[in-house]
Design a protein around this ligand. Structure first.
Ligand code: 48F
Length: 265
């Protein structure tokens, strides 16, 4: 059968446009498509919530593809391996409480199941600001094409609405930084600011990440490496169990809040 190039173009424009409009207002907007963001998106979407994820780069997966020093293997502990099993991702026991997994299979497995569950991914879009109400409650995101950001062109962004935001931007904790810059030292940390990431210690980092996965400002939750950076814990390097556990935890906390909201509505 003959193929019409114009129909191909029209299909892409039409479908993307519909998706963009459909996701103009969501239950949860995730910033950052690393392992923590994807995992959070999976559990939220599986529960039936409308969730979008914004990723600056072309590829989703953040720092997971490269394993450790570009050796594309990751390590997870027992608890992390259990989560990978839920996603049908293969792990290999290396020693007691140490499992390895192929980083490419892990990223693609997480993403496959998250998008199948209903997570809507917007790649090549960067979050440059948060949207706020008059009393500075965060109620959405301000997004623009990464190509605009990279080229430095003066092109205004657009806005999306969200009941909750997940800051999952990794080491940079960009959303926490935006809040500090625009609203002030209002974070729910001891200093009100970003406490800062400490040097590498996998034991401390992995055991503190779930505790650090929590609300950092009205309606804004932090997950993944950003959680340890915001609350001043250590970094953990190429052990990734904490990223998935943090993604699951943030999803559970927000699901609880959403359900409370549904009851009181
Ligand atoms: O860095 P990243 O993988 O974060 P994570 O999910 O996982 C951390 C680990 O990869 C590793 C580690 C643990 O073992 O230490 O670093 O916490 O993914 C964060 C993603 O957020 C994107 C960025 O491109 C990356 O893919 N990102 C950051 N800022 C923005 C953003 C922004 N302003 N808008 C959109 N995407």
């Amino acid at each position: 059968m003959a193929l019409n190039d114009l129909i191909v173009s029209k299909a892409i424009i039409d479908e993307y446009h519909k998706t963009l409009i459909d996701y103009i207002d969501v239950d949860v907007a995730i910033v950052g498509g690393g392992p923590a963001g994807i995992t959070a998106g999976y559990y939220l979407a599986k529960e039936g919530y409308k969730v979008s994820m914004y990723e600056r780069k072309l590829s989703i997966g953040g720092g997971m593809w490269g394993g450790g020093i570009m050796f594309n293997k990751i390590v997870v502990q027992e608890e992390g391996a259990k989560i990978l099993k839920e996603f049908n991702i293969q792990t290999k026991k290396y020693a007691e409480n140490y499992f390895t997994a192929d980083s490419c299979q892990t990223v693609s497995g997480l993403l496959y199941h998250a998008t199948q569950a209903g997570l809507q991914v917007f790649n090549l879009l960067s979050v440059e600001d948060v949207k706020v109400t008059p009393d500075n409650t965060v109620c959405g995101l301000v997004i623009n094409w990464t190509s605009v950001e990279q080229s430095g062109l003066h092109v205004d962004p657009i806005t999306i609405g969200a009941k909750y935001i997940i800051e999952a931007t990794g080491h940079a904790c960009e959303i926490a930084n935006i809040i500090l810059k625009r609203i002030g030292k209002v974070l729910y940390t001891p200093s009100g600011s970003i406490e800062g990431e400490g040097s590498m210690n996998a034991e401390i980092a992995e055991s503190s990440i779930e505790k650090n996965t929590r609300e950092i400002y009205k309606n804004v939750y932090v997950a993944g490496m950003a959680a340890n950076a915001v609350f001043g814990s250590k970094r953990m390097g190429p052990i990734f169990g904490g990223m998935m556990l943090s993604g699951k935890k943030v999803a559970q906390d927000i699901i609880k809040r959403l359900k409370e909201g549904e009851k009181s509505a």
